[in-house]
Design a protein around this ligand. Structure first.
Ligand SMILES: [Zn+2]
Length: 260
């Protein structure tokens, strides 16, 4: 039997999805078994009572990575798409750990062809209950491919996702521009945390990320996918100022290696 303990704070929060934006009481988890650790760029580690989930493990060659691929021991690897700054060290880590790779069907089929033995293909609109919790897949406006020996291999559609694990519901937008259906994601899944790209060029930038926060109405927003390379260098404090002055959400700027 597993005993799960959490500390909570109760506070009022304006519910923008209900008529009149009525005030509701919201439980905010201060401490829980589920821990979210930023590893740099778009990589995260979620530790749960049912195992560790590694997300988009671009660690080798990532100038912002807080740890290397040999430092992680995941039970699951959650992939959003095939680009090298997300696929990263997935194949090497699975050889060592035999972690189950959860990803777009086309991408995990590609990975299975590379010898990744444990895969769980899914697709946009789908959901599945895993031992760590429930995973819902959302659209992302982006591409997905692998370049191999000069050849361009299409690896299907990219994802965003919502994971409900223990006390937390976390939305990870993946690489995407902003889109109106973002509001539906927040309505279907009241969010504790939204992980949003802000670096621009390949994804939404800061102003569009603020619009996404308004639609998602999470308790907290965390910026990702910025600063790793000069072309996506932005100041995350600008996001923090704009989010906290124009929405009821907080904005947490995490350094690689920091846990929330
Ligand atoms: Zn990317």
């Amino acid at each position: 039997m597993q005993l799960q303990v959490s500390l909570c704070m109760i506070e009022p929060k304006r519910d923008r999805h209900s008529p009149g934006g009525r005030l509701r009481w919201r439980y905010t988890t201060l401490w829980t078994h589920e821990q979210l650790t930023y590893l740099g760029h778009s990589a995260f580690l979620i530790t749960t009572l049912a195992g560790d989930i590694l997300i988009d493990p671009f660690l080798s060659g990532n100038p912002s990575a807080s740890i290397g691929p040999d430092d992680v021991h995941p039970n699951y690897i959650l992939m959003t798409h095939g680009h090298s700054d997300h696929l990263g060290d997935t194949i090497g880590i699975t050889r060592r750990t035999r972690a189950t790779v959860i990803g777009p069907a086309e991408l995990v089929t590609y990975l299975a062809g590379k010898g990744v033995s444990n895969v769980h293909p899914m697709h946009i609109g789908g959901n599945h209950v895993f031992p760590f919790g429930e995973l819902f897949l959302t659209q992302a406006l982006h591409g997905s491919s692998v370049t191999e020996n000069g050849h361009f291999i299409n690896t299907g559609n990219p994802w965003g996702s919502v994971v409900k694990t223990g006390e937390r519901t976390i939305y990870r937008a993946g690489d995407t521009g902003v889109f109106f259906d973002t509001e539906l994601i927040g309505r279907l899944h009241p969010l504790d945390i939204a992980l949003l790209p802000i670096g621009g060029n390949f994804t939404m930038g800061i102003d569009d990320a603020v619009e996404a926060v308004k639609m998602l109405a999470p308790h907290a927003a965390i910026p990702i996918h910025y600063g790793t390379f000069p072309v996506i260098a932005v100041d995350p404090q600008l996001l923090r100022n704009k989010v906290e002055s124009s929405t009821s959400a907080r904005c947490a700027v995490l350094e690689p290696g920091q846990t929330r």
